[in-house]
Write a protein that binds this ligand. Structure first.
Ligand code: ADP
Ligand code: MG
Length: 737
C-alpha cells in the first residue's frame, strides 16, 4: 500500500515508475480555419430544412412578393426551391449577395428601431452556401433578361450568366448539409421535415393573406398548401386549414393602451366548442413575425380545458402588434420563442378575453350538433411509439428557459415546472395495486340532455355565487403562488401581504364548484380495470376502523359494504347521466368524471369516495342529492396530501425495508446502511406522488382557481387563508424569488 508520504516522493521523482500517470501536455491552441468557423455558424442558423425555408420565404416577403411557391425534394435535403415575384436582386449586388453580413435592409445601427423587414442580419443566404449548394436566378424591373449564379462557401462560383427569367427571384438550395454527415444522417432518419415545412407555410399563409402561397413535393402535381390572395383572413384559414376549422372559429380582439407601458393590439380567431382536435394549434405572429410563446399557449389551453366540457384542444390564430421597442429586435434568427415586455399582463388580458368569448358562446351552443368522438388525454399513457403520443409528450419535454423555472408570478398560468413532470406511478403499492384503478383513456361524452333547466343545480350555483367573499375573490384572482409551506398550506403573496392558504380546502371547494358547473357535461376517465365496489367500500370501512386488529366487526362491515353497493347500483343511471360516474350491473366502478382537465384524482382515495357516496348522500331530495354527490366528488378530487408519507419530511423511516433494522449497524456505517435499507420502489412512488401533487397545485390548482373559484365567505374565518406577514420589505424579497 502506498501511504501519503511515499506517494509524494514518487510523484516528485523525474523517472516515475509505471504506476504514476504521466501529466498530459496542455493541448496547443490553434486558430480554426475560416471555412470551419463559417460552417459551424451556418449549422446554427440553418438547423434543419424548415429553417432554410423560413429564411427564404421571409426574404421573399421582404422583397414585396405577392406570390411565393416552394418545392421540396426529399424533405428538403435534396432540394428546396423558393420562387417569388418580388423586386429581385440587382446585378451589381450578386457578387456579395451570399457573403456574411451583407444585407440591403439595414445600414446603420439606428435603423434597427424603425425596421419592418424580417431579416436584417445578412446571415441566412451566406449560411446556406456553407452547408449546401445555392443557385440564384433573379430579374429586376425593367430588365430584359435575368441572371443566374451559383454560390459555395459565401462566394460566387462563376460570373452571373444571363438567362431568361420571370419576375422576381428563385433560390435553389441543393444537397443541404452535404458536408455535415452526422446532421444529414439524423435528418434522413426523421421523416417529418416535409410536414414541418407544410406546417410553416400554412401558418405563413394565413397571416400574410395578401400573398398567395403554395408548397408541394418535387414532381407532385397537387400542392399541399395552396392559398389565394384574399382580403378575408377567415377565407385564408378556410383554404389552408379546411372548412371544418374555419366554420368553428370566433373572432377575438384585445387592445391596451396603458401609458404605464402595456400597449398592444391583438386580433385573431379562436375555435369554439364544436371544434374537435387532439393537439393545440397556436399560430402566433408578433409584429408580423411567426413566433412561439409557450406561456401564452398554456394559458389558452387552460382556459379551454376549464371552460369547455369537451377534451378538445383549441385552434388559435393570433396576431399581436407591440411597440417595436418592446420586442427584443436583436433576437437570434433561430430563436422562435419570444419574451416580451409586460408578457404576463398581456397574456392575462388575452386569457380573460378568450374566456369571456368561450363563456358567451357556451351559453348559446347546441349540444345536439356535437359528434361523439373518442379522444385520448395527454395524461394517459399512450403507447410511446405512436405518433400521437410522441406529439403529445413533445409538450412535456419542451425546454423551459432557466430564468423562468423558479420565478413565481400570479399571471403566469402554468407550466414552468412542466419540464420536470414525472409520470404518475402506475404500480401503486400493496392493496391499491390489486385494484389497478388507473385511468386508461378519456372518452368524450355525449351530452345527452340539456340540463340548464335543472333548477336545483342552478340554485346550487346561485348559492355559490351569493356566498362569494369579494375580498377573497380579489386575493385568489391576483395572488402569486410562492411555494408549499408544509403538506397542506401554500404560501401565497397578494400585494404586500403574505398568506398561508390551505390547498386542501381550496381545492375541495374548487372541485365542488366545477362539478356543479360541468353538471351533466363531463368528459370521462375510463378505469383500465373496473373496480369492484363492495371490495373498495369494505377497504374504506376497515381503514376507518380505529382498531383494525379486532376483526369481530368484519361481518357487519361486509354487510354495510353490500348494502352500499346495492344502493349505488340502483343510482347508477343517475350517477352516469349527471356525474359521469359509471357503475356497471355487476357493481364495478369503471368510469369517473374529468373535473379539471390535466388533473387526475388520487386513485388511492376511490374507496373513501365510494363510502362517502353510499353513506353521506341524501338521495331523496333532488337538490340535496346533487349537492351531496358534488361534495363527495369535490372531496375525492381535492389535492389531499398523498397517502404515502412525504419522503422529504421526517418520514424517511417509513421507507426502510420491513423486517430489517439498522439499529445494530455501527454508527460509522449507519448512513450507508440506511440508504441500502430503503425500499427504493416505494420511495420513488412516494416522491413521484408528492412531486406530481406539488406540480398540480402550482400549475392546475392556482391557475384554475384564478379563473373559476368563488371563495365562500366562510373561508375568511375558518383558517383557509391566514395572513402571516405584511411587510413591504418582505414583499420585495418575494418579488425577486
Ligand atoms: P437579410 O434578409 O438578413 O438581409 P439574407 O442573407 O437573408 O439577409 O439576404 C441577403 C440579402 O439578399 C437581403 O438583404 C436582400 O437584399 C437580398 N435577397 C435575398 N433574397 C431575396 C429575394 N427573394 N428577393 C429579393 N432580394 C433578396
Ligand atoms: Mg433574410
Amino acid at each position: 500500500m502506498i501511504d501519503g508520504s511515499s506517494l509524494t516522493v514518487e510523484m516528485e521523482e523525474e523517472e516515475s515508475p509505471a504506476t504514476a500517470i504521466a501529466p498530459r501536455e496542455p493541448p496547443k491552441i490553434q486558430r480554426l480555419e475560416e471555412s470551419v468557423v463559417n460552417r459551424i455558424a451556418a449549422g446554427e442558423v440553418i438547423q434543419r430544412p424548415v429553417s432554410a425555408v423560413k429564411e427564404l420565404v421571409e426574404n421573399s416577403l421582404d422583397a414585396d412578393s405577392s406570390s411565393i411557391s416552394v418545392v421540396v425534394k426529399d424533405g428538403g435535403l435534396k432540394l428546396i426551391q423558393v420562387s417569388d415575384d418580388g423586386h429581385g436582386i440587382r446585378r451589381d449586388d450578386l457578387p456579395i449577395l451570399c457573403e456574411r453580413h451583407t444585407t440591403s435592409k439595414l445600414t446603420k445601427y439606428e435603423d434597427l428601431f424603425s425596421l419592418s423587414s424580417m431579416g436584417f442580419r445578412g446571415e441566412a443566404l451566406a449560411s446556406m452556401t456553407y452547408v449546401a449548394h445555392v443557385t440564384v436566378t433573379t430579374i429586376t424591373k425593367g430588365q430584359i433578361h435575368g441572371y443566374r449564379v451559383s454560390y459555395r462557401d459565401g462566394v460566387m462560383e462563376n460570373e452571373p450568366k444571363a438567362c431568361a427569367a420571370v419576375k422576381g427571384t428563385q433560390i435553389m438550395v441543393e444537397n443541404l448539409f452535404y458536408n455535415m454527415t452526422a446532421r444529414r444522417k439524423t435528418l434522413q432518419n426523421s421523416a417529418d421535415d416535409y410536414g414541418k415545412i407544410v406546417d410553416l407555410l400554412s401558418r405563413m399563409a394565413i397571416h400574410h393573406n395578401n400573398v398567395s402561397f403554395s408548397c408541394r413535393k418535387h414532381g407532385a402535381v397537387k400542392a399541399d398548401v395552396h392559398s389565394a390572395v384574399s382580403p378575408s383572413r377567415l377565407d385564408s384559414i378556410r383554404s389552408v386549414y379546411g372548412v371544418s376549422v374555419a366554420k368553428n372559429l370566433m373572432k377575438v380582439e384585445v387592445s391596451s393602451c396603458d401609458p404605464s407601458g402595456c400597449t398592444f393590439d391583438m386580433e385573431g380567431f379562436i375555435s369554439n366548442s364544436n371544434y374537435v382536435a387532439k393537439k393545440t394549434i397556436l399560430v402566433l405572429f408578433i409584429n408580423d413575425r411567426l413566433v412561439e410563446c409557450s406561456a401564452l399557449k398554456r394559458a389558452i389551453e387552460i382556459v379551454y380545458a376549464a371552460t369547455l366540457p369537451k377534451a378538445s384542444k383549441p385552434f388559435v390564430y393570433m396576431s399581436i402588434i407591440l411597440p417595436r421597442e418592446h420586442v427584443d429586435i436583436n433576437i437570434h434568427p433561430t430563436k422562435k420563442e419570444v419574451s416580451l415586455l409586460n408578457q404576463e399582463i398581456i397574456i392575462e388580458m388575452i386569457q380573460s378575453e378568450v374566456e369571456v368569448k368561450l363563456r358567451n358562446a357556451n351559453d348559446t351552443r347546441t349540444f345536439q350538433e356535437q359528434k361523439v368522438e373518442y379522444i385520448q388525454s395527454t395524461l394517459t399513457s399512450p403507447r410511446s411509439d405512436s405518433p400521437v403520443s410522441q406529439k403529445l409528450s413533445g409538450q412535456k419535454t419542451q425546454k423551459v428557459p432557466v430564468n423562468k423555472m423558479v420565478r413565481t408570478d400570479s399571471s403566469d398560468p402554468a407550466g414552468r415546472l412542466h419540464a420536470f413532470l414525472q409520470p404518475k406511478p402506475h404500480n401503486l403499492p400493496d392493496k391499491v395495486s390489486s385494484l389497478s384503478v388507473v385511468r386508461s383513456s378519456v372518452r368524450q361524452r355525449r351530452n345527452p340532455k340539456e340540463t340548464a333547466d335543472l333548477s336545483s343545480v342552478q340554485e346550487l350555483i346561485a348559492g355559490v355565487d351569493s356566498c362569494c367573499h369579494p375580498g377573497l375573490l380579489e386575493t385568489v384572482r391576483n395572488c402569486t403562488y410562492v411555494g408549499m409551506a408544509d403538506d397542506v398550506f401554500a404560501l401565497v403573496q397578494y400585494n404586500t401581504h403574505l398568506y398561508l392558504a390551505n390547498v386542501v380546502n381550496l381545492s375541495k371547494e374548487l372541485m365542488y364548484q366545477q362539478t356543479l358547473r360541468r353538471f351533466a357535461h363531463f368528459n370521462a376517465i375510463q378505469l383500465s380495470d373496473p373496480a369492484p365496489l363492495s371490495e373498495l367500500i369494505l377497504l374504506a370501512l376497515k381503514e376507518e376502523d380505529l382498531d383494525p386488529e379486532t376483526d369481530k366487526n368484519d361481518d357487519l362491515k361486509e354487510r354495510i359494504a353490500e348494502m352500499n353497493t346495492e344502493l349505488l347500483k340502483e343510482k347508477a343511471e343517475m350517477l352516469e347521466e349527471y356525474f359521469s360516474v359509471y357503475i356497471d350491473s355487476n357493481g364495478n366502478l369503471s368510469q369517473l368524471p374529468v373535473i379539471l382537465d390535466q388533473y387526475t384524482p388520487d386513485m388511492d382515495r376511490v374507496p373513501e369516495f365510494l363510502l362517502c357516496l353510499g353513506n353521506d348522500v341524501e338521495w331523496e331530495d333532488e337538490k340535496s342529492c346533487f349537492q351531496g354527490v358534488s361534495a363527495a366528488i369535490g372531496n375525492f378530487y381535492a389535492m389531499h396530501p398523498p397517502l404515502l408519507p412525504n419522503p422529504s419530511g421526517d418520514c424517511i423511516q417509513f421507507y426502510t425495508k420491513r423486517g430489517e433494522s439498522s439499529q445494530e449497524k455501527s454508527d460509522l456505517e449507519g448512513n450507508v446502511e440506511m440508504e441500502d435499507n430503503l425500499d427504493k420502489d416505494l420511495l420513488s412512488d412516494a416522491e413521484n406522488a408528492w412531486a406530481q401533487r406539488e406540480w398540480s397545485i402550482q400549475h392546475v390548482l392556482f391557475p384554475s382557481m384564478r379563473l373559476f373559484l368563488k371563495p365562500p365567505a366562510s373561508m375568511a374565518s375558518n383558517g383557509t387563508f391566514v395572513k402571516v406577514a405584511s411587510l413591504e420589505k418582505l414583499y420585495k424579497i418575494f418579488e425577486r424569488c
